[in-house]
Design a protein around this ligand. Structure first.
Ligand code: UD1
Ligand code: UDP
Length: 357
């Protein structure tokens, strides 16, 4: 019997990082075919990760690019369906909660190909977020649901999903454990930017609810402008576009740089005094690395990081941002909410068992 065939659909930055870990664990056991939707396409939002993290080359590049949600997701659906007709895989695997995730899951499900969802069960309980819509729909279409946390399992059970749910831990934790030492050895980002350890704040902003609302974006920037600390801001192209179009000015103590590769960002995260972000992945990485995290949102899917005292939710409130940058200093021990760093291997075991049964 040949190897089990999995088509993995991916297209956005955090998915490449998750795939680095998972594809490497899959290689020995399954035939995996990568389909890149083209949702992220700038070299520093895509190619850099394939090169430095040794992710296999996608067999299919759909080149869908940016656009309104319906147009983007619809174009992906059409193109993915064609790939699935050609490849006839045993499973389709998707990561997280982007439009690429939903398109992959929906295309497969309509063709009765079982869907594997990695990072299943996350909920912000804010349905206005495009990601919340994507994840709810994807979970309800999936056959195998790999939950990173106990909370994620509970969320799935609450929605009546019991079958196929497996608590395996978080593949991003696997990633940090594997790559943080490599980052230390290979990245020269601190020297390149003239930064000293623990003497700067790392900030990232990209979430639609912050960038597309001029009042929220202005208020966030006012908070950052008001502190005395040095701030490093690797700027997502979405945010760059909106800062420009709203004419929002950043103070001189904010060093704006292009988006970084994973090894450089992990290095910058580990050496930061604090992290200010609206990223899902970076909230977790801050927790894994023991860096206080200030989250520019009203709610988070990663509730454990807040409950454990290492993450604080400040929304887009200027005063709260300033207050947290100066005064938020967690001291609690961090608990093991995210597994043992073995999530990818556990996924392999579950998939192989599923096949046997
Ligand atoms: C997407 C995901 C979000 C995820 C994020 C990771 C959805 C609905 N959102 O948000 O969940 O957290 O990726 O980074 O799927 N752009 C470029 N070059 C690129 C990519 C994007 O210039 O390579 C610009 C375009 O102007 C584009 C905008 O960024 O319109 C937004 O890109 P899009 O993929 O729609 O959403 P993200 O904000 O990246
Ligand atoms: N990341 C990166 N370069 C950057 C900013 C982020 O490699 O300039 C990584 C980050 O370390 C994390 C992932 O991208 O692993 C998170 O992606 P993003 O913030 O774009 O999306 P989210 O996690 O919010 O969906």
């Amino acid at each position: 019997m040949g190897k089990l065939k999995i088509v993995t659909v991916l297209g956005a930055r955090p998915q490449f990082i998750k795939a680095a870990v998972v594809s490497s664990a899959f290689r020995e056991h399954f035939e995996e075919i990568l389909v890149h939707t083209g949702q992220h396409y700038d070299p520093n939002m895509s190619d850099v990760f394939f090169e430095e993290l040794h992710i296999p080359n996608p067999k299919y590049h759909l080149n869908i690019g940016s656009g309104p949600h319906g147009e983007m997701t619809g174009a992906m659906l059409t193109a993915i369906e064609k790939v699935l007709e050609t490849e006839k895989p045993d499973f389709v695997l998707v990561y997280g909660d982007t439009n690429s995730t939903l398109a992959g899951a929906l295309a497969a499900s309509k063709m009765l190909i079982p869907v594997i969802h990695v990072e299943a069960g996350l909920r912000s309980f804010n349905k206005a977020m495009p990601e919340e819509q994507n994840r709810i729909l994807t979970d309800h279409l999936s056959e195998l649901l790999f939950a990173p946390t106990q909370t994620a399992v509970k969320n799935l059970h609450r929605e009546g999903i019991h079958q196929g749910v497996h608590l395996v831990g978080d593949v991003m934790y696997d990633g940090i454990l594997h790559f943080r030492e490599i980052a230390r050895q290979k990245s020269s980002i601190l020297a390149d930017l003239g930064l000293a350890e623990k003497e700067y704040i790392l900030c990232t902003i990209h979430r639609a609810e912050n960038t597309n609302d001029p009042e929220r974006l202005k208020s966030i920037v006012s908070g950052l402008n008001a502190v005395l600390e040095k701030i490093v801001l690797p700027l997502h192209p979405r945010t760059q576009k909106y800062l420009q179009s709203y004419g929002i000015r950043l103070a001189d103590h904010i060093q704006v740089i292009d988006p970084l590769g994973y090894l450089d960002i992990v290095m910058l995260e580990s050496a930061a005094k604090k992290i200010v972000t609206d990223s899902g992945g970076i909230q977790k990485e801050a927790f894994f690395l023991g860096i206080p995290c200030i989250t520019l949102r009203e709610e988070t899917e990663w509730v454990e990081t807040v409950e454990n005292g290492w993450n604080t939710l400040v929304g887009a409130d200027e005063q709260k941002i300033v207050g947290a940058i100066t005064g938020f200093n967690p001291a609690e021990e961090r608990s093991d909410y995210f597994g043992t760093g073995n999530a990818a291997a556990e996924m392999v075991a579950v998939i192989r068992n599923t096949l046997k049964n």
